[in-house]
Design a binder for this molecule. Structure first.
Ligand SMILES: [Zn+2]
Length: 275
C-alpha cells in the first residue's frame, strides 16, 4: 500500500500533469470507487466544467482541488493515475476517466478496486469521513517533538501499533514504521509509555528523516506501485530493515529478524532494538 512518500510523489507528479486543466466530463465505470455523493451520475455532473487549481495531500489521501470543489482520493492497495491522450486505448481496470477540454484524460486504474473518491465543497472535507479524524502530519511544521509525545507518550499500546494508527500520526505504514524504529533503535513491541526522553527524540528525528529521504527518492515500490508518471520509486534500495529478513544488520552485523506485531509483518534487529 502506498505510504506518505509514495502519495506525495503522486501528488507532485499530478500537480505537474493536471493543474490548470478543465474537466469536460467524467466517466465512471465502477460505481464502488465513488463514495460521495452516492450517485455516480451526480458525481460526474458536479465535476463538469471545473478547473483543477492544485493537488494537495492529507496523510495518504490526495486532495485534488478545483474552483469550489475538492476531490479526495485514496489509492489504497493498487490505485494509480495516468494522463493519456483521449485517442489512446483504455487499459483494463480503468474505473474512472476525467476527460479534459484539451483532449487529454486523467485515468484512474485499480486492479484491486479498493480505492475511493469523495467529493466535497472546499473545507467540508476536513469535517467528514475519511479525513475527519486524521492525526498529526509528520512533514508539516506543526509536527514537533512535544506534539508527538502528547499523542503517544501516555499509551500502553506497542509503539509500532501506535505509529500505524492514522488517528495519531498520518502517512506511516508498515515499511516506514519499521525503518523509523530501526533508525531510532527502538523495538517495535515496546509499549509507547515506556520510551525514555532520548528515545522520543530519536524516534521523532527518525520519522522525519525516513519520510523526507523517501520523498526525495520518489517513494518505495515494494510491490507494483508506480507513481503518476509511471516511474518506479527508488527508495526501496535504501530500506535498511524492511524486507531484509535473515540479512545482516547494517549497523551491528547481527541477523535481522521478522515477526508479527499487531497483525503486520515486522522487521527488526534484535541486537540494535532491544525489548
Ligand atoms: Zn543491529
Amino acid at each position: 500500500m502506498p505510504e506518505l512518500p509514495e502519495v506525495e510523489t503522486v501528488r507532485r507528479t499530478l500537480t505537474q500533469l493536471i493543474t490548470g486543466k478543465k474537466i469536460k466530463k467524467v466517466t465512471v465505470n465502477l460505481a464502488r470507487i465513488i463514495q460521495r455523493p452516492d450517485d455516480t451520475k451526480l458525481f460526474s455532473q458536479e465535476l463538469e466544467g471545473h478547473v483543477i487549481t492544485c493537488v494537495g495531500r492529507r496523510g495518504k489521501f490526495l486532495r485534488i482541488e478545483m474552483d469550489n470543489l475538492v476531490l479526495v482520493s485514496h489509492l489504497r492497495m493498487e490505485g494509480r493515475y495516468g494522463l493519456y491522450r483521449s485517442d489512446e486505448p483504455v487499459e483494463k481496470h480503468t474505473h474512472v476517466i476525467f476527460h479534459f477540454t484539451d483532449g487529454t484524460e486523467l485515468r484512474y486504474r485499480d486492479v484491486r478496486q479498493f480505492g475511493t473518491m469523495h467529493l466535497f465543497a472546499p473545507g467540508e472535507e476536513f469535517r467528514n469521513k475519511p479525513l475527519q479524524k486524521l492525526g498529526l502530519e509528520p512533514l508539516d511544521e506543526g509536527f514537533t517533538l512535544e506534539a508527538l509525545r502528547k499523542v503517544l507518550a501516555g499509551r500502553k499500546t506497542k509503539i509500532k501499533v501506535a505509529l500505524l494508527n492514522q488517528e495519531y500520526i498520518v502517512g506511516l505504514g508498515n515499511i516506514y514504521v519499521d525503518e523509523a524504529l530501526f533508525r531510532a533503535g527502538i523495538h517495535p513491541e515496546r509499549p509507547a509509555d515506556s520510551l525514555r526522553d532520548e528515545e522520543w527524540t530519536a524516534l521523532y528525528q527518525s520519522i522525519i528523516s525516513t519520510l523526507t529521504e523517501a520523498v526525495e527518492a520518489g517513494g518505495s515500490s515494494i510491490k507494483s506501485y508506480v507513481n503518476g508518471q509511471g516511474e518506479m520509486g527508488m527508495f526501496q534500495q535504501q530500506l535498511q530493515i524492511y524486507g531484509r529478513k535473515n540479512e545482516s544488520c547494517s549497523r551491528c552485523g547481527g541477523v535481522i529478524e521478522k515477526s508479527v506485531v499487531g497483525g503486520r509483518g515486522t522487521h527488526y534487529c534484535p541486537r540494535c532494538q532491544q525489548l
